[in-house]
Design a protein around this ligand. Structure first.
Ligand SMILES: Cc1ncc(C[n+]2csc(CCOP(=O)(O)OP(=O)(O)O)c2C)c(N)n1
Length: 642
């Protein structure tokens, strides 16, 4: 195809083994072609662009020097792994990235032996590399063998507690392993915090200059093949000789910082490390997010995540939106509340844009906290803000809140602190796939004593819930809402304060009641319309609350109908399970009442469009309709047609 770049050298490389005969000059050429191919592929798929472009040279150097898949190369988050995928037998499918049946946008063990450890949530790579190195030394057996263990971790991901827990352990175990700190001075947003300033100082102050003499002497000890890169190796040894970096205090040898776009630096340093390293070693590499593609380099987020785009202009091809996004509605309402109440504050874990808090950060910077990729800390920090008389909103994606769960239980719920959890990306999220699905929060929040759990059925409901949460000082409260745009409903002029634990009736019908929790309400309405053509008019109710349940409304629905069906965008153990528990406790089933609960299936659903994923989950309107027909004992649509 004409928009494909010309890549004569890359065309000869199906796997890293094919790179072994290439000269250093050819590797430079290969990196150039790999960059063009990555840009071209992402222009057709959308996805993570900037991070991959920042590690092109690093990817080439690592695969040239090490022997994957025997050597375990572990990409942190792994949103930067597209170039790695191109070099590891997946180039032919690279334009299927993030689509149904295509390549995952992250590393995935089931996808390739070159992906020894899957990721998508950050800061797991050092733990994983340490595990592989210990398994190797204990004689673990895997089909590809166990060689080096190499983690590549960004400066953003390095700010998380897990990375430090792993380094602490690695320094103690003193196993040979390599951590490459890919420092591009960016997270999704500019990185925050003391670590970020520390890393900047490491290279800004050039602290190693005075040890040049030591390095000079040491370089001559290098074995012959590495002489060629002696100058770079000298720099490395300078770092090793100096001591005094935080990483060394943790038991790592520290090398760097080196230019991560210069193969003349990367190759000799990696070769020397491979030849000589003992114990854990950290190589500090400086890169530029979005490197080599001007529209990414100059974008506010350095091309972190992009829609499909025009390769020449960089212009993104986004479908026009008809309704405001849930995220935007939350952000706007929060700012309105913050204007009126100076106790309102907000916490995000490195996602000010993604969670809609950018506006709050701009208007009320002293009350909006980006804590870095540190969900655990963020939750406990919010708990203490609440204990200190503030009204914190802890805005996190459902999937990332998982990481702060003990803190939700131990610091928030047990102490009954009024933290307001704004849970974004609830339910299935699309192209990011199973790792990012917000499947479990209804379950893991609703089972906590004293936690109030709401789900917005549409953007107007979300407005009410943000205000209800702000006014709720009695204990913790959570509200969830999905990714993407709302239903296009009319927005309320005045927000309502919802009565805690009360649902609302949508339509009154006969025989069967559909009780929706969250945005499946739209599909439920569609199903009801289809059913009405078959002479069935279901009752529809919006539960609003999974905790506390609206006992009265639910028991009335039971009393007035033959059957009740719950539907929610979450895994088993959530809203429907609580309703089932209520009905069991009330003895409703003793009399043979018909109850069904539609939840996400007990599988991890791979990436596709959200609609498609809900189809796989059997939770779209036709499946709701089929469920009604089944529970009422009416022949299913399929059988009727047959
Ligand atoms: C636990 C967790 N929280 C939040 C995210 C969302 N997230 C994805 S990439 C990213 C930034 C990572 O920054 P960095 O490690 O510096 O890598 P870069 O993108 O700059 O290459 C964030 C916050 C995540 N993947 N995992």
């Amino acid at each position: 195809m004409s928009d494909r770049p010309t890549t004569p050298l890359l065309d000869q490389i199906a796997r890293p083994a094919d790179m072994k005969g290439l000269s250093d000059a050819q590797l430079v050429q290969l990196a150039h072609e790999l960059r063009q191919e990555t840009i071209s592929a992402v222009s057709t798929t959308g996805g993570h662009l900037g991070a991959g472009l920042g590690v092109i040279e690093l990817t080439v150097a690592l695969h040239a020097v090490f022997n994957t898949p025997r050597d375990k190369l572990i990409w942190d988050v792994s949103h930067q792994s597209y170039p790695h995928k191109i070099l590891t037998e997946r180039r032919d499918r690279i334009r299927t990235l993030r689509t149904k049946g295509g390549l995952s946008g992250f590393t995935k063990r089931s996808e390739s032996p070159y992906d020894p450890f899957g990721a998508a949530h950050s800061s797991t790579s050092i733990s994983a590399a340490l595990g592989f190195s210990v398994a190797r030394d204990l004689g673990g057996v895997v089909p590809e063998g166990l060689g080096e263990a190499i983690a590549v971790i960004g400066d953003g991901a390095m700010s998380a507690g897990m990375a430090f827990e792993a380094m602490n352990n690695a320094g103690h175990l003193d196993k040979r392993m390599i951590v490459i700190l890919n420092d591009n001075e960016m997270s999704i947003a500019p990185p925050v915090g003391a670590l970020s300033s520390y890393l900047s100082r490491l290279y800004a102050e050039e602290p190693f200059q005075e040890l040049k003499a030591v390095a000079k002497g040491a370089a001559s000890l290098l074995p012959e093949p590495f002489r060629e890169g002696a100058k770079r190796a000298k720099d490395m040894l300078k770092g090793m000789a100096v001591g005094g970096t935080m990483f060394e205090s943790l038991g790592f040898s520290y090398i760097g910082p080196i230019d991560g776009h210069d193969l003349d630096q990367l190759l000799p340093v990696l070769r020397t490390v491979k030849a000589r390293a003992r114990g854990p070693i950290l190589i500090h590499v400086l890169t530029k997010k979005g490197k080599g593609y001007a529209p990414a380099e100059t974008a506010r987020d350095k091309g972190h995540a992009t829609a499909k785009f025009d390769m020449v202009t960089g212009e993104q091809k986004k479908a026009p939106s008809n309704a405001p996004s849930y995220t935007g509605v939350f952000g706007d309402e929060l700012v309105k509340l913050a204007a009126k109440d100076d106790k309102i504050c907000a916490v995000t874990a490195a996602m000010p844009d993604g969670t809609g808090l950018s506006l709050m950060a701009e208007r009320y910077p002293s009350r909006c906290f980006d804590v870095g990729i540190a969900e655990q800390h963020g939750v406990t920090f919010a708990a203490a803000l609440a204990a200190g008389g503030m009204k914190p909103f802890c805005a996190m994606y459902s999937t990332f809140l998982q990481r702060g769960y003990d803190q939700v239980v131990h610091d928030v719920a047990i102490q009954r602190l009024p933290v307001r959890f704004a849970i974004d990306r609830a339910g299935l999220v699309g192209a990011d796939g199973a790792t990012h699905a917000g499947s479990f929060d209804i379950g893991f929040m609703s089972n906590l004593p004293g936690m109030v759990v709401m789900a917005a059925a549409d953007e107007a409901e979300l407005v009410h819930m943000v205000h209800t949460a702000a006014a709720h000082d009695a204990g913790p409260i959570a509200f969830r809402y999905p990714r993407g745009e709302g239903e296009g409903v009319e927005m309320p002029e005045e927000p309502q304060l919802l009565e805690i634990g009360k649902g609302r009736m949508i339509q009154t019908g006969k025989r069967v009641a559909l009780l929706s929790f969250g945005t499946r309400l739209g599909e439920t309405r569609k199903a009801a319309e289809a059913l009405s053509t078959k002479g069935i008019t279901p009752t529809i109710a919006d539960a609003r609350f999974a905790k506390p349940l609206d006992r009265e409304m639910i028991l009335n629905l039971v009393a007035d109908h033959e059957a009740l069906i719950t539907i929610e965008e979450g895994a088993v153990g959530g809203f429907g399970s609580h309703v089932a528990q209520l009905l069991a406790d009330e003895g409703v089933f003793d009399a043979g009442f018909k109850f069904r609960s539609m939840v996400l299936p007990d599988t991890f659903i791979d990436q596709a469009s959200p609609k498609d994923m809900y189809e796989t989950a059997a939770m779209n309107a036709p499946q709701i309709e089929a469920k009604v027909l089944e529970v009422l004992g009416v022949a299913s649509i399929g059988e009727k047609r047959a």
